[in-house]
Design a protein around this ligand. Structure first.
Ligand code: TRP
Length: 453
């Protein structure tokens, strides 16, 4: 039988390392930078509720499907999809799903690296004491100044891309284990410290109620699509990142338990980030819908006021960069693994070439915050378009087809075998979710947002 394939890229040393690596991929800018600002732009509570529902009803089942496909195929998503389709006697056109994942990861990384570059710039800003005692207006000035300077943005974007290439070239395992073992927990603790600060800042309840009291009149159809897209984005689903990490997973680990653990950790980080940021927003009369600059214009205010803020601020941005780093790696790993498998390139060559190509596309995002700011299509800049196309279209579609493949194309025996959920209700529940709930939800939310429903 072909179920016992082995990955040529190696395997995680234990189930625990898989959890850490998948959490490293999931927890990133999506949780700390993106979640708060899109929650702010879409009115808070109701948006957050839809996002949480999507995580539970779509995210976890699709994550299980992705891990299961990866572990069964044990190759890059492109080759995994081709092989599994063959196993089931279906068309090898399914490999296209792998290709769309490679493209999606590449496009996401191009802007992800630019934003992670902002994080790097903020490590320096913090360490230099630029936030100490600074009022909100001055902190916004620091951010605006950075945005208006393409040269500086390119410098930080390049540095982050280099860091990513370095780890990917060394191999995901060696490069990643240390980062996720120590730095993820440290980030978590630091977020708790920030929430502690927010509790003392006077407006904690307003921040919490903004996040958790749903007001459905503020939620648009497009907002629902953004919430669903973000559920895919934040869990790294829909493009093969989790699939390839699954391909390095030991055969005896429980897919359900590990997926659940990753989803819970990821959601906890996002909610903590929201609870740290919105009280500061309200205490300083800032705008919750300030957009992509939100965390860079709020958290530094807190660091500027708290004792030891220069240290905590620098540490926070260092950890943010690490979180972004461990996510960025998973965005190009599918492409690199494919080049190693099919073109027989060395990991180094594959990483450098993928990294350089991503870097070039990233320049478009750099410019969309300054020189190209005025060039928009449907009111969106280059960065907005890229973000919308990937997070709200490509990832949900990728997730939809992954669900269809796992639940409609693969035989019940194949998935049952791989998931090992026992004889209770867990397996039928999972199959029901990916067979009906995920496809219907994605389709309805899509058409609703386009205005056809
Ligand atoms: N999940 C990461 C975050 O929230 C980003 C990310 C990494 C990602 N790999 C991915 C998003 C794959 C989509 C697909 O920051």
């Amino acid at each position: 039988m072909s179920t016992q394939r082995e990955s040529i890229h190696g395997q995680w040393s234990s189930r625990w390392i898989f959890i850490l690596a998948a959490t490293g991929s999931a927890v990133g800018l999506g949780n700390i930078w993106k979640f708060p600002y899109i929650a702010g732009e879409n009115g808070g509570g109701a948006f957050v509720l839809v996002y949480l529902l999507c995580i539970a009803a779509i995210g976890i089942p699709v994550m299980m499907a992705e891990v299961l496909l990866g572990r069964r195929g044990r190759q890059s998503p492109i080759n995994t999809m081709r092989e599994l389709a063959k196993d089931e006697g279906r068309s090898t056109w399914w490999a296209l799903l792998g290709w769309s994942g490679v493209l999606g990861g590449f496009l996401i990384l191009s802007y992800y690296s630019v934003i992670a570059g902002w994080g790097l710039a903020y490590v320096l800003n913090s360490a230099a004491g630029n936030f100490a005692g600074a009022p909100a207006a001055e902190i916004k000035g620091i951010f605006d100044e950075l945005m208006s300077n393409p040269g500086e943005l390119i410098f930080w974007h390049s540095l982050f891309m280099l860091m990513t290439m370095l780890v990917v070239a060394r191999g995901v395992k060696k490069g990643l284990e240390m980062a996720v073992r120590w730095l993820m927990p440290a980030l978590f603790v630091l977020l708790l410290v920030m929430v502690g600060y927010a509790i003392n800042s006077g407006e904690f309840m307003r921040g919490a109620s903004f996040l958790f009291s749903p007001d459905f009149s503020k939620l648009t159809a497009n907002g629902v699509l953004i919430a669903m897209g973000h559920a895919f984005f934040t869990l790294s689903l829909g493009m093969g990142a989790i699939m390839i990490y699954g391909s390095y997973m030991p055969g005896d680990a429980s897919i359900a338990k590990t997926s659940m653990a990753v989803a819970i950790a990821d959601t906890a980080v996002a909610l903590l980030a929201g609870l740290a940021i919105f009280p500061i927003v309200f205490a300083n009369n800032l705008e919750p819908g300030a957009g992509p600059g939100l965390i860079f214009q709020t958290l530094p205010i807190a660091f500027g006021q708290m004792p030891g803020g220069t240290f905590f601020g620098s540490l926070f941005f260092v950890l943010l960069v690490f979180a972004a780093w461990s996510s960025a790696i998973s965005l190009i790993e599918p492409a690199v693994a494919w080049l190693v498998e099919n073109r027989r390139w060395s990991r180094i060559k594959a990483s450098v070439i993928c990294g350089m190509a991503t870097w070039v596309v990233g320049l478009g995002t750099v410019l969309s915050f300054n020189l190209w700011e005025g060039y928009t299509l449907w009111g969106k800049t280059f960065f907005d378009l890229l973000d919308y196309l990937t997070a709200n279209i490509m990832l949900p579609l990728g997730g939809l087809f992954i669900a269809i493949f796992a639940a409609w194309v693969m035989s019940r025996e194949s998935t049952r075998d791989e998931l090992e959920l026992g004889d209770g209700g867990a397996y039928p529940l999972w199959r029901f979710m990916v067979r009906f709930v995920t496809p219907l939800a994605v389709i309805i939310v899509f058409f609703n947002a386009i205005g056809l429903l």
